[in-house]
Design a protein around this ligand. Structure first.
Ligand code: ADP
Ligand code: MG
Length: 370
């Protein structure tokens, strides 16, 4: 068992209007300081007071390339994923801060591809370097929107009550009913990612959804067994790559009617996520309210469970966005106090188990006959 804290990395989106003098952030320097002018309660009162915040993270990537972000965020998680540990990489932040750019990237420019395509590439590379093992790779693509689950690899991705978030005997969560598609190459896995995105866009249009309000999870599932030893062991792991809904607060968007309902939902599911993180970051950890939302049920093993988890907090360093930046960094620094206990997920192949027990029975019978 490996006990490890959730790793938190802050990534800034490049901007020409950087909040100079208010936001102090440098590439590779782990601390971020923010100095906000204190809000004037009364008009016409000169107020020189400042509100100051100081945060420290595992790393800060300021104006970094997609490659650097992958090296910092993906590499380590992938190599333990191949060894049989579950992994989760999730992007958190306000709409426009660069979550989708970080996770998926832009398709037009190969250099600008994000964490998901790079993970796919490296996973297939790494497994081809291990001829002593047989691997099966499959993927699922889930969208959570207004507490409904959508299968983005299904051609008709309308929400279904048939999909259910469950957990196995070892506390590993999975979605019952969702299509798990087997892939044998980087190209196949990538085309599934594109297919899911196209379905998401079509469904968004048909159902009048706003993509900024949904959570998307591309999961890579891995099964491996030894080709050398016939010990009957199968090692399972999954890698969740999560593009969370925009974390902005409702008040700011002046929403009403249907949109307000959606906005409140998002706020609800992200505030439930926050409640889980708060519960996990307090030493007593008495009751962790995972069951309050689909998102927290799904992320149960990623937060405080059997998983190696990394959060990318995306921020948009403009003066007009400082309030959202503070709220993103507050969430991110709470996340630093969450710790997980990851184990390699070894199961026995049923056939091998039967053979093992048959052999034991024969041995016992022989002993009895003696
Ligand atoms: P979010 O998913 O958080 O709403 P996006 O990823 O869609 O934000 O980013 C908003 C816009 O900013 C997009 O046009 C995206 O290409 C651009 N962008 C975000 N981060 C970066 C970055 N690090 N480098 C270049 N462009 C970026
Ligand atoms: Mg997005």
């Amino acid at each position: 068992m490996v006990k490890s804290a959730v790793k938190v990395i802050v990534r800034t989106r490049p901007t020409a209007n950087f909040a100079q003098g208010y936001l102090d952030v440098k590439d590779g320097i782990r601390a971020i300081n923010i100095n906000l002018p204190k809000k004037n309660e009364t008009q016409n009162v000169v107020n020189n007071q400042r509100e100051s915040y100081s945060f420290k993270f595992d790393n800060v990537l300021h104006n970094s390339s997609q490659e650097t972000v992958f090296e910092e965020c993906g590499r380590e998680v992938i190599s333990s994923f191949i060894d049989g540990y579950n992994g989760t990489i999730m992007a958190y932040g306000q709409t426009g801060a660069g979550k989708t750019f970080t996770m998926t990237g832009t398709t037009a420019n190969y250099k600008q591809r994000g964490i998901i395509p790079r993970c796919i590439e490296h996973i297939f590379q790494e497994i081809s370097n291990k001829p002593e093992k047989a691997f099966n790779v499959s993927v699922t693509y889930l969208e959570i929107y207004n507490e409904n689950l959508f299968d983005l690899l299904n051609n008709d991705p309308t929400g279904s009550d048939d999909y259910q978030i469950m957990e196995d005997a070892k506390g590993v969560t999975f979605v019952r009913g969702i299509q798990k598609v087997a892939t044998t190459s980087e190209e196949e896995a990538l085309s599934l990612m594109f297919e899911g995105e196209a379905n998401r866009a079509i469904c968004e249009h048909q159902m009048n959804k706003a993509s900024t309000r949904s959570h998307c999870v591309f999961t890579i599932h891995l099964e491996s067994r030894s080709r050398v030893e016939s010990n009957g062991q199968i090692v399972y792991s999954k890698l969740n790559l999560v593009d969370l809904a925009g974390s902005e607060r409702v008040g700011k968007t002046h929403s009403s009617g249907q949109v307000l309902k959606e906005a409140t939902y998002i706020n609800k599911s992200l505030s439930f996520l926050e409640q889980v993180v708060i519960a996990l970051s307090t030493p007593s950890r008495e009751h962790v309210p995972y069951r309050q939302s689909k998102l927290t049920m799904f992320l149960k093993d990623s937060l405080g469970g059997n998983c190696k988890t990394l959060l990318v907090a995306n921020i948009w360093g403009e003066a007009t966005q400082l309030d959202e930046t503070v709220s993103t960094l507050k969430f991110a620094s709470r996340m630093m106090r969450v710790s997980n206990e990851a184990t390699i997920n070894i199961h026995m192949n049923p056939e091998a188990l039967i053979k093992k027990y048959e052999k034991q029975i024969v041995e016992l019978k022989q002993e009895l006959a003696m």
